[in-house]
Write a protein that binds this ligand. Structure first.
Ligand code: SF4
Length: 374
């Protein structure tokens, strides 16, 4: 019996195996035709927590509307959020706006061709910096995300928590070494790092899949894979139990006055920071309770005095955010006031028609059940 390969040896040997597999099996994705740094950046941010199929339409629309980094830097944040509407995790697009401004101020509107400088930009972490630096600039740096951690945990039969920072660091180091070793003597130094990182992404998405049984029978790494050899693919990767998300009850109000609806802008920090929302309050309110809450909101929105209103129950809904879950009770509130126009709403409130909301407001997905009411 030969000596068992070390984890490092398995990593090194995975590089040529994956490059060869990628040459025939790469997924055809719009941003791969022409790895312009700006395009790679936007696609990689969109792909975080979102499936490739869902991203395609958003990607095309975003670039058609904002074809350059400078166009992003000059765009209003509401426009960026509108283009992101439905993708969720809106801090991603807010950070794109902030980073675009920095790129214009410091680098003349072009992304810097350096991993460390990319890493300094708002919203660009190790993974995204690695993807841009390798795919667009040919730098020998890995792009380690959950897919990569899973593939290499299985390849090396790593049995501890793959979400730990120490494991991420270990994989980054092993892959940097493996990529550098794989590049020695390579005639395609400019494209090899990017192709390798994309090969790992594709293997993780299509072969060594996260949910369900991995397709080891067609995997180019099966001859190297320790979990496969030892029948451990169902047990690896191991993830420490996540803490249960707290569940909050909310009451959501679709407040209508003539053909206008009342929207509220959330505070600039915290959950859904700075986004327009339908007014909502803590708890599940009764019809009487919601009338009181709506009156208080209308007063905050500048409608002073006694405002006649009626409340009707509409759908309940729920939404899961990354760290909290909302159980929502819905009410439609009809406000009988012909003089709405005379009240100037403070800047955190706005009355808008359905058409204005559709054209200009990126309403969070949490409220999708209530959009039909608008
Ligand atoms: S052999 Fe199976 S478990 Fe191992 S890397 Fe390939 S798909 Fe994943």
């Amino acid at each position: 019996m030969g000596k068992e390969k070390t984890a490092q040896e398995r990593c090194r040997e995975s590089v040529p195996a994956l490059l060869q597999w990628y040459a025939y099996n790469a997924r055809v994705l719009p941003w791969r035709d022409d790895p312009v740094p700006y395009h790679v950046w936007i696609s990689e941010i969109m792909l975080q927590q979102t499936r490739v199929e869902a991203v395609r339409g958003y990607y095309d629309r975003f670039l058609a509307d904002l074809p350059t980094v400078r166009a992003v830097a000059e765009a209003q944040e509401d426009r960026l959020i509108k283009l992101w509407e439905g993708l969720g995790y809106y801090s991603r697009v807010r950070n794109i706006g902030k980073a675009a401004k920095v790129i214009c101020e410091r680098y003349g509107g072009e992304l810097p061709a350096d991993y460390a400088l990319l890493r300094e930009l708002p919203g660009i972490g190790d993974y995204t910096a690695g993807a841009i630096a390798s795919i667009s600039f040919g730098q020998c740096v890995p792009a380690v995300d959950g897919n990569v951690l899973r593939v290499y945990a299985r390849l090396t039969a790593y049995r501890d928590d793959i979400r730990s920072e120490s494991y991420k660091k270990q994989v980054r180091e092993m892959l940097t070494d493996a990529m550098e070793a794989g590049m020695r003597g390579s005639k395609t130094k400019d494209t090899t790092p990017g192709r390798f990182n994309q090969a790992v992404m594709d293997i993780g998405a299509t072969v060594c899949i996260p949910n369900g049984k991995p397709h080891c029978d067609v995997c180019p790494l099966s001859h190297l894979c320790k979990a496969y050899a030892e029948g451990l693919t169902g047990e690896i990767p191991r993830k420490a139990e996540k803490k249960a998300r707290p569940v909050r009850q909310r009451t959501v109000m679709v407040i209508r006055c003539n053909d206008h609806f009342l929207l509220h802008r959330r505070p600039q920090s915290g959950l859904l920071a700075g986004m327009w929302e339908l007014p909502n309050v803590d708890g599940h309110l009764s019809a009487a309770g919601v009338k009181k809450a709506a009156s208080a909101i209308l007063s905050e929105a500048g409608m002073s005095g006694d405002v006649a209103l009626s409340a009707h129950r509409i759908d309940d809904s729920r939404h899961v955010f990354s760290h909290v879950e909302w159980e929502m009770r819905g009410y439609r509130i009809d406000v009988a006031d012909e003089h709405r126009e005379e009240f100037a709403a403070p800047k955190e409130y706005a009355w808008m028609t359905s058409a204005e909301i559709t054209e200009t407001v990126g309403l969070p997905q949490a409220f999708r059940a209530y959009k039909l009411q608008l």
